[in-house]
Ligand binder design. Structure first.
Ligand SMILES: Cc1cc2nc3c(=O)[nH]c(=O)nc-3n(C[C@H](O)[C@H](O)[C@H](O)COP(=O)(O)OP(=O)(O)OC[C@H]3O[C@@H](n4cnc5c(N)ncnc54)[C@H](O)[C@@H]3O)c2cc1C
Length: 599
């Protein structure tokens, strides 16, 4: 009470409540001038206007990729979503959804188990927008138009910049469909509902809902990478269904309607579809034990669950659970790359916007040579990540329409990109955050949330080492994947000395990996996955980006003199902002300044 009263008096007496005149200063800014007898404790100048009310999809590499890769028809929709993502109201929904994390309600007031998670209304609004825009399934439901997966990928990339946490159930629902199709009877019932553009939250029998969402339950306490060690058991119930008993250690978005789950059946590790609510309307025996207290991803719920003879139905060949669910894993890996590329873009744009309005030592930060170098470095990293993410989305589109060469490219390039692009996101976010100085470290800037979220894509759906090892597996088991990779890099042949040398280096590293013992190949897996990704990025930029961008990327990332890979250490010697001489900084920066309003 006392403090409030003191605050009240202080506020009344505050000089800020007084009317003051404003006069222009030397830099053309209005500065308040106190009247005689008035006091100003401080004046607010040189603070940056919020980056709001802009089109997130005003993103040259994104729009050019859509046009180039056959989804130009989707640009108006993507831009509409971009405008929605950039609204101040959407930013507020994102803040609310993260400031008010989900709450677990295990029991009702009478002590009955209910196992429900309560979300803030802002979460539901974000989900409703994602679902109504088809980000959770559009390519599976519409007639298979060329570019449908790419269009959806672009929408996901744009909308996840509004708020990343709710992308989890959206991605898992999208990814569940190819795996579910291994059980045609189940797919016939549930696929239309998974594809419906109706967000219908709440626990009810799936068949009675207007739209469904799906999750994934693989990871157990004793291990997530090595799912063969799963102990959860599935026993035949005698009517075609199974009774599942055991636990899962991470089960995100537990309010989803359906889960693809791995459990040990009579034939070994198998995949099952487990609904939260049974067809008769009773709740399936899936108990939510507690929610994880996570570093980031705080708007989303991730639960520890137990199954007490929960009913599930088999999906795919019994005993081939990993092979079945890998279809889902592969699609979510693409979303990890898209999500990290989106975080990189978002962080980069926030830094460029801030530097365009903030001045120090008499000049705007963006005009300070060293800061311009940092921002240009972030910009080329962002353009490389976006271009590769969109190229992979286009490959998944063509693979879905039967293009085996594109499927082979995905087999090796997707785990490599998942390893590298997701690893770059935390580094970029940290650097971008610092471009805002102390303001970047403060929650209201939005950067801390981005920073906390940044490491996640690298952990789930195969942590860094696991995806790097998957690259080795792909190379050793699928000669067509290697061919597809080299065909892709050859498309940029004669793209300049640095790229040609880097492609030659990649070829020799690939040969070494093929001839190496398994242990030696595994030991070098990260290096190879990183090299492969950077070369793929450089090849794409050389073919499609403005020369200023591709020159800067090749000089900074491929040239041994700049600390690039040929010296054996991937990436520039200085984390960011150590670009070599001769870069056209102004031309590079136009790519990330597209959303920055004029001063
Ligand atoms: C926020 C969040 C949400 C999640 N949601 C879900 C979900 O919905 N469903 C689900 O099933 N899981 C989920 N997970 C779990 C996630 O997929 C696992 O954490 C991940 O697969 C790693 O498994 P693990 O945690 O058991 O680590 P481990 O498997 O113990 O791995 C630990 C480390 O060892 C490395 N490693 C493993 N094998 C090797 C090897 N052979 N050589 C070298 N290094 C190796 C890994 O790369 C990792 O860095 C979620 C995780 C998080 C953080």
């Amino acid at each position: 009470m006392g403090g409030g009263a003191r605050q009240g008096r202080a506020r009344q007496a505050s000089p800020h409540m007084l009317t003051v005149r404003a006069e222009p200063d030397g830099a053309g800014r209005e500065r308040p001038v106190p009247e005689a007898g008035q006091r100003l404790t401080h004046e607010v100048v040189n603070q940056v206007p919020p980056l709001a009310g802009y089109d997130v999809a005003s993103d040259p590499p994104l729009l050019e990729a859509l046009q180039r890769e056959g989804a130009g028809w989707a640009i108006p929709q993507v831009r509409e979503l971009g405008r929605l993502a950039g609204l101040a109201q959407t930013q507020e929904q994102a803040r609310l959804a993260n400031q008010n994390p989900p709450l677990l309600r295990t029991h009702d007031r009478c002590g009955h188990r209910i196992d429900e998670v309560e979300f803030h209304p802002a979460w539901h609004r974000l989900m409703a927008t994602a679902v109504s825009n088809g980000l959770h399934a559009a390519p599976w439901t519409e007639p298979p138009a060329a570019g449908a997966h790419l269009a959806r990928a672009a929408g996901f990339y744009v909308w996840t910049q509004a708020e990343a946490g709710h992308g989890c159930p959206i991605s898992m629902t999208y990814a569940s469909v190819p795996a579910l199709r291994r059980a045609p009877d189940l797919a016939a019932v549930f696929e239309p509902l998974l594809g419906a553009r109706a967000y219908d939250p709440g626990l009810r029998a799936p068949e009675q809902k207007s739209g469904l969402l799906a999750g994934m339950a693989m990871t157990e306490k004793q291990g997530g990478s090595d799912v063969r060690a799963n102990t959860t058991a599935a026993a035949p119930a005698g009517d075609g269904s199974y009774l599942v008993t055991g636990h899962k250690w991470f089960c995100s978005a537990p309010m989803c309607d359906l889960f693809l789950l791995l459990a040990q059946g009579p034939a070994g590790l198998s995949c099952f579809l487990l609904p939260r609510v049974l067809p008769d309307g009773t709740r399936n025996a899936m108990r939510l034990q507690r929610l994880k207290d996570k570093l980031g991803n705080r708007s989303n719920a991730s639960a520890e669950v137990e199954y007490d003879a929960a009913r599930a139905w088999p999906v795919g060949e019994p005993g081939r659970g990993t092979a079945t669910i890998i279809e889902m894993v592969s699609a979510t890996r693409l979303d990890c790359v898209l999500g990290s590329a989106a975080q990189i873009r978002q962080a980069c744009v926030a830094a460029v916007h801030h530097a365009a309005f903030r001045s120090a030592f008499g000049r705007y930060l963006i005009d300070q040579p060293l800061m311009a170098g940092v921002l240009a470095d972030l910009t080329i990293e962002s353009e490389a990540a976006t271009s590769l993410a969109m190229r992979l989305a286009a490959a998944s589109d063509r693979a879905a329409r039967g293009d085996t060469a594109e499927a082979a490219l995905l087999r090796v390039a997707l785990p490599a990109a998942k390893f590298w692009v997701c690893k770059r996101a935390p580094a970029v976010t940290a650097e971008a955050l610092e471009c805002l100085g102390g303001n970047g470290y403060v929650e209201e800037s939005g950067l801390p949330r981005l920073y906390r979220d940044a490491p996640l894509n690298s952990i789930w759906e195969g942590s860094g080492n696991v995806t790097a090892l998957d690259v080795i597996r792909a190379l050793r088991r699928s000669p067509e994947a290697l061919d597809a990779l080299l065909t892709e890099t050859d498309r940029a042949a004669d793209g300049g000395r640095r790229l040609d040398q880097a492609v030659a280096l990649l070829r020799s590293e690939l040969k070494k990996a093929a001839a190496a013992t398994e242990a030696a190949a595994h030991y070098r897996a990260r290096r190879l996955a990183g090299l492969m990704t950077v070369v793929l990025q450089a090849a794409l930029l050389v073919r499609h980006a403005p020369a200023a961008v591709s020159d800067a990327f090749c000089a900074a990332r491929l040239d041994p003199a700049a600390g690039g890979d040929a010296a054996g250490a991937l990436g520039p010697a200085v984390p960011f902002g150590g670009l070599p001489d001769g870069i056209d900084l102004a031309a590079v920066l136009t790519r990330s300044q597209s959303v920055v309003p004029s001063r």
